[in-house]
Design a protein around this ligand. Structure first.
Ligand SMILES: [Zn+2]
Length: 186
């Protein structure tokens, strides 16, 4: 079994959002297109309480529970998403990895379904995509990062490349969306 994991594709991380990636909206179309390739599609959401003290000292308040900014983009195809894993619900500077979700254990969920290959897309390359990828590798999933379906927040020049290098060195395969059918043997 294989799964597509859509990381934190939420309005606050899109252009115009509270913690915007300059080109985050570019990933929606490829993610819509690729969903049919996978046995399972799941998503994670940053899901912060309004009084999330430590994380909001580091970042502008974003993805606050039950607000518009925490929603998926309107043009994202949500029909296939089997479950939304919510993370970052504590008061600490936590929730960078989808595997920290508290409403359900992502690792156990994927393993129960027999998933061995995890394909990661979404936002942002340097933070939640990176931490989720490293956690997937630590949990022994074959981990693929879809380079044309992720975007960086780009605080510093070169941060995105550094994050990609770190994921690759840890054992993730960085691929393009067009390679997915081949990898899955379709
Ligand atoms: Zn956050």
């Amino acid at each position: 079994m294989n799964a597509l994991l859509i990381v934190d594709l939420q309005k606050d991380f899109l252009p115009g959002g509270a913690l915007a990636t300059p080109e985050g909206d570019k990933v929606v179309a490829p993610i819509n297109e690729m969903q049919d390739e996978f046995d399972l599609v799941v998503a994670s959401k940053d899901w912060h309480p309004p009084d999330k003290v430590q994380h909001f000292q580091k970042w502008p308040p974003h993805c606050i529970q039950n607000t518009e900014g925490a929603e998926f983009p309107d043009n994202l195809n949500r029909e296939n998403i089997a479950f939304v894993f919510k993370k970052g619900t504590g008061k600490d500077d936590d929730g960078y990895s989808s595997f920290e979700a508290v409403n359900r254990d992502l690792e156990a969920y994927l393993k129960e379904k027999g998933v061995t290959k995890v394909f990661i897309a979404g936002l942002t390359t340097e933070y939640c995509v990176r931490f989720t990828t490293l956690d997937a590798l630590r949990r022994n999933f074959d981990t693929y990062v879809i380079e044309d379906a992720i975007e960086g927040v780009r605080q510093e020049e070169g941060d995105e490349e550094k994050a990609k290098k770190e994921m690759a060195e840890a054992g993730a395969q960085l691929i393009r969306a067009e390679e997915i059918p081949n990898i899955l043997g379709h």
